[in-house]
Ligand binder design. Structure first.
Ligand code: BGC
Length: 728
């Protein structure tokens, strides 16, 4: 991949990604990679109570985390406090991407931070490669993403990690964003629900989770200097909600502040973002670490609310100590940063449960491999199925076409979320295995159009695998498939009238050939079980039930961020002029026709919704503090011949005077049904569903009026409607 595969994990960053610190760190990297070959020589394992006869007061587990942190802070020297608030580099033990050494005198365990959005990263071996977060999100299955978090947390913990740098929860604003695959999608409420489930999953296994990247991290281009200019209402209604949920419902231990600036100030030194919003408004009491190389100052950052610099000590080592000694940063401020680190550490039990995991441990299991496959199956979205070309019949001869189908499977995205896959089942292998030698399966890698067309012509059905090469550090230049893959699909479609295209992409792409193919499946970056999962979907062993969490546009110009001012910005400023109209909100507001709408996805069976009821239908004096539970109840029936799952989606249309986008997702539920079965589904709508943020009053309010409740199975298929009246 990059430097990472040869040097130590600390060195996985490319120079482009970390201009600020990488030059100084290069030599350190080289020595770190040498050190990694040597046995552990740190005092880590001796961090436990050095005076066993006298239990240190903060080790008393009957005290609260806050009491324990306060007792410990009282015992710490200035140097010991400074040590807590920055990483060290090079890292003196193998593995990890961030490291704070243990303190044997005070029984403080080391902090070992590792990447892990789709599996343990930082060049770890013996780990499971799960499908990308965008894939598990497309399952719309909160229980599945909770389990995904558990597998991640479990493997991280057994690798010795106690801070897991996941999940990435930013709302996807720009479809070309190079890290779209690391996030969940374009809806704030949806991302919040997913974030809570994944965080709780990770933290249930030992490590603290890290909600990232805070805030307005919406592009890679120029990310170390880019200024996101966004109005307050949009910030509160679109970009903040996933982070609010992470704090208030997910009880996440740590946050990572982003590279970018928001409204002129770097995220990692912004008093508004870090202190006002995160602490005072959302009540976050854990710590904020900087993204790698995203700290830009000592005093401004310390006063602004940054608790910990990662991965090194440039600003928070000696410079911070000096600033404290000469009174530029008060000791009370430093104590606050240390307390915010210690409280979640105590709360999570990091002082109390021995961390016996080690980087060298092989943490895989057959269960995790099976889980990886199941996530890939559940996250796959069936987008087109003209005259039921799918599922394939066992007797059909099949041509598999495209690099991603065989010679170069596209199982994951690139960058810091990269995982060393133990193996990848290619689609060709998966399809051959599934076909069991009963029929002819041929292959063309697509590098030669004529050969691909010939192979396709000779088979009854052609399955073309196309991909994008999404990576942290760069955005896609546009939404066109790279490497002339559009020509490949066109050539195959000209040779065979039964073409199914499988997308292994990190996000939306344009599909000029859409009318010439019969089947279309979005498989995202499906992880190590790629081929087994796609074969199960194509042959109907698994009934697809995924739904898009991003709108797929018809044209490059027909997207919410089509001007240069919006993306990638002009003179370093990206103007969020689309305001609240992010993702499907923009398509609805401008009456633009998407190619495939948010929430969309087909099945091999059919469903019908009926009997919508809302209780209560009237709300009196709704204030930002009241939290009524409004219940939306509906029946759903599987009207087809096989069992399957459907996602019931509830959108709220606010009164026009509120100035909101036409419809916004406020609840959803995934339901599995046997043929003919009906289930009664109950979903809760909270006060925010009937609220807007007033930037003048700096408060949420619920204007009176009639709110429409729309229920269906995609943002553009909402057959059932009801009303809720908010009265003064
Ligand atoms: C990425 C983070 C990642 C960190 C450590 C940064 O470049 O933005 O998401 O956790 O590197 O690898």
């Amino acid at each position: 991949m990059q430097l990472s595969k040869t040097l130590g994990s600390f060195c996985h960053q490319t120079p482009m990604r970390h201009l600020v610190w990488v030059a100084a760190a290069t030599l350190a990297c080289l020595s770190a990679s040498l050190l990694q070959a040597a046995p552990i020589a740190s005092g880590e394992s001796h961090a436990k109570n050095v005076h066993p006869q006298k239990v240190q007061p903060w080790m008393n587990t009957s005290l609260s985390p806050e009491q324990r942190a306060n007792l410990l802070i009282r015992a710490m020297t200035l140097d010991e406090k400074i040590t807590m608030v920055h990483g060290v580099s090079p890292i003196p033990i193998p593995g990890y991407v961030g490291y704070v050494p243990p303190n044997a005198r005070l029984s403080i365990p080391a902090l070992r931070l590792a990447d892990g959005r789709a599996g343990v990263g930082n060049d770890a071996k013996g780990v499971t490669l799960l499908p990308a977060p965008i894939a598990v999100a497309a399952s719309w299955d909160v229980a599945l993403i909770h389990a995904y978090g558990k597998v991640l947390g479990n493997e991280e913990w057994r690798k010795g990690t106690n801070v897991s740098l996941a999940p990435s929860i930013d709302v996807v604003r720009v479809p070309e964003w190079g890290r779209t695959f690391e996030s969940y999608g374009e809806d704030p409420y949806f991302n919040g629900q997913m974030a809570v489930a994944e965080i709780q999953g990770i933290q249930s296994q030992g490590p603290l989770a890290d909600a990232n990247m805070y805030l307005t991290m919406n592009q890679e281009q120029n990310r170390e200097k880019e200024d996101s200019v966004v109005d307050l209402r949009t910030m509160h209604e679109i970009y903040l909600p996933p982070f609010r949920a992470a704090v208030q419902e997910g009880h996440v231990g740590t946050f990572m502040c982003a590279y970018v600036k928001t409204n002129g100030i770097y995220s990692c030194e912004s008093p508004y973002l870090l202190t006002h919003l995160l602490r005072q408004q959302l009540g976050f009491d854990g710590w904020v670490m900087s993204d790698w190389g995203a700290t830009h100052s000592t005093i401004a950052a310390a006063k602004g609310g940054l608790d910990q610099q990662m991965p090194d000590a440039t600003y928070y080592g000696q410079p911070l100590k000096t600033a404290v000694e000469n009174g530029k940063v008060s000791i009370a401020t430093l104590d606050k940063h240390v307390r915010r680190i210690l409280v979640p550490m105590f709360r999570q039990g990091l002082f109390d449960k021995p961390q016996t995991g080690a980087w060298a441990t092989d943490v895989r299991s057959p269960e995790h491999a099976a889980f990886s496959r199941s996530v890939a199956e559940q996250g796959t979205v069936l987008l087109k199925n003209d005259r039921n070309i799918l599922p394939l019949s066992n007797s059909m001869s099949v041509a598999v076409v495209g690099a991603a189908g065989g010679s170069k499977p596209k199982a994951e995205g690139d960058g810091s979320s990269g995982v060393i896959a133990p193996y990848i089942i290619t689609p060709l292998q998966g399809i051959r295995k599934r076909a069991g030698g009963k029929t002819q399966i041929s292959y063309a890698d697509g590098s030669d159009l004529k050969h691909a067309a010939d192979v396709a012509r000779a088979a009854q059905v052609a399955i073309v695998f196309v991909h994008t090469d999404d990576t942290e550090g760069t955005d896609r230049p546009d939404l066109t498939l790279p490497d002339h893959q559009d020509q490949l699909v066109a050539a195959v479609a000209a040779a065979n009238s039964n073409v199914v295209v499988v997308l292994d992409t990190g996000g939306p792409v344009l599909m000029p050939w859409i009318n010439n193919i019969r089947g279309l499946v979005e498989a995202w970056y499906p992880g190590q079980e790629d081929g087994n999962a796609i074969a199960a979907i194509l042959y109907g062993d698994v009934n697809p039930a995924g739904k898009l969490t991003l709108t797929f546009p018809r044209a490059a110009t027909a997207i919410p961020t089509s001007t240069l001012q919006q993306w990638p910005g002009i003179n370093g400023i990206s103007t969020y002029s689309e305001k609240l109209n992010v993702g499907y909100r923009w398509y609805d507001a401008t009456h633009a026709q998407p190619l495939f709408p948010f929430g969309y996805g087909l099945s091999y069976t059919t469903f019908q919704l009926s009997h919508l009821s809302i209780t209560p239908g009237n709300l009196h004096k709704l204030s930002s503090k009241s939290n009524p539970t409004i219940q939306a109840e509906v029946d759903i029936t599987n009207t087809g011949k096989i069992s399957g799952a459907e996602v019931v989606q509830v959108y709220v249309e606010q009164p026009a005077k509120n100035g909101e986008p036409p419809r916004q997702l406020r609840a959803f539920a995934k339901v599995t049904l046997n043929p003919g079965q009906t289930k009664h589904v109950v979903m809760a709508l909270d006060a925010r569903s009937f609220s807007i943020y007033n930037p003048t009053a700096h408060a949420w309010e619920s204007p009176d009026g009639t709110y429409k409740i729309l229920v269906g199975t995609s943002s553009r298929d909402l057959p059932l409607q009801a009303k809720v009246t908010v009265e003064k």
